[in-house]
Design a protein around this ligand. Sequence first.
Ligand code: GLU
Length: 510
Amino acid sequence: MSRPVRVRFAPSPTGPLHIGGVRTALYNYLFARRHGGKMILRIEDTDSQRFVPGAEEYIRESLRWCGIEIDEGVGVGGPHAPYRQSERREIYLKYALQLVDAGWAYYAFDTAEELDALRREAEARGAAFAYDHTVRERLATSLTLPADEVRRRIDRGDQWVIRFRMPENRIVRMDDLIRGHVEVNTSTLDDKVLYKSADALPTYHLANIVDDHLMEISHVIRGEEWLPSLPLHYLLYEAFGWQETQPAFAHLPLLLKPTGGGKLSKRDGDKMGFPVFPLFWQSPTGETARGYREDGYFPEAFVNMLALLGWNPGTEQELFTMQELVEHFSLDRVSKSGARFQPEKARWFNAQYMHRKSAEELAVLLQPILRAHGIEVSDERAGRAADIMKERAVLATDLWDLTSFFFRAPEAYEEKQAKKYWKGDNPAILRELRGVLASIDDFSLENTERIVHGWIQEKGYGTGQVMNTLRLALVGAGKGPGMYDVTSFIGREETLRRIDLLFERLAPAE
Ligand code: GLU
């Protein structure tokens, strides 16, 4: 195999990119990097009916967030520019006509009404309608009309399409890098439209094959939903005489619902409370969808999780940096069967990355959250607070709840906790503890712990009771880290102030 590796991600801008699409882009990228090849981004926007403004930007932003770099394509340029199919529209007609001339395709002049009538007729017979050789023989096409009539209709501006003339009863033999050898009889296939005069645009099939050829694509790695199109694509390469340079194909398994049955859909996400899109999305009509980024996931965790949905490294290793994925990735280890998406696993991956973050990295995450709550602190303090709590955090968005008490006194006291501890001797003991704390000069974690602990021992108090009462004052709830983490972080004055606040606000119950 001496051909340079060139792969492409070729999304249609019909809405936000589903995580299955991100995985396709990722596998293409890993494959390109693994083999020192090029990753191309081509936007397939020839279906003007389904075009959604903003979708292309969304796709590019998603790839950027994931760290999937584009070597050539939309937004980057390259030797085969333009890479947006709507900007390549002049290219395709010539190829469609080449197929007509060679007898591999034909003009069809049928109207929507004629097709509807044939569809109804088929349904009445209990058969599924397919535009195949039996149909094309009954309609006005360049196969049934004399050449001068075809010319006349085109010249007077009748609408036409060019359809592929599917051979009858031929076995198409195909090879897929994931599925192996596949054979299909062409009698099960219909005559797909390749080009439409109405908007002077090719359909997906024609534009896709022509561009893969012109862009010298070596491997087509795409979702399983395109497998049914593969026989047509093989035949198109044959019809053009491009078999020599035909790319190798790899069809990736579907992402399945968490329950296993069926393809993962947006509705599953809505029902079960997880995003199926990388980024938050708002459609031009105002519909919104959650995204992993805005939900507090890290791109490296998201990418790691996606990489293992359908591919396995053959070892027990689960955590991979992008670089490690590049080193280990191979299509041989992509499975044939669907990969079940597990939201819990996505959270698990994120937690692993959270736990490994340094205080400096955590500060970068926490600072904007603090600022949004009107809190200005040094990076050092933000990082330290988050570092103390990171083992309990899963998402970046958890950090506020987990660390807010480091930066501000409780505004209220959790009822259950107050009921449990703000009674009996505890308030009096807390007052005593206040005196002990007020006398400590070195408020470091170790020193405070040593002195308070000695005092508890001496008095014979219950450590749990004392600490939880203090917790009520400092945190206002039953959560949080060890109390000496909090006292040493907030310092003596703030510790005493919070104790006083509790006394001011709550009259102790007997
Ligand atoms: N435009 C197609 C899509 O939206 C590309 C399929 C392919 O990669 O051939 O998925």
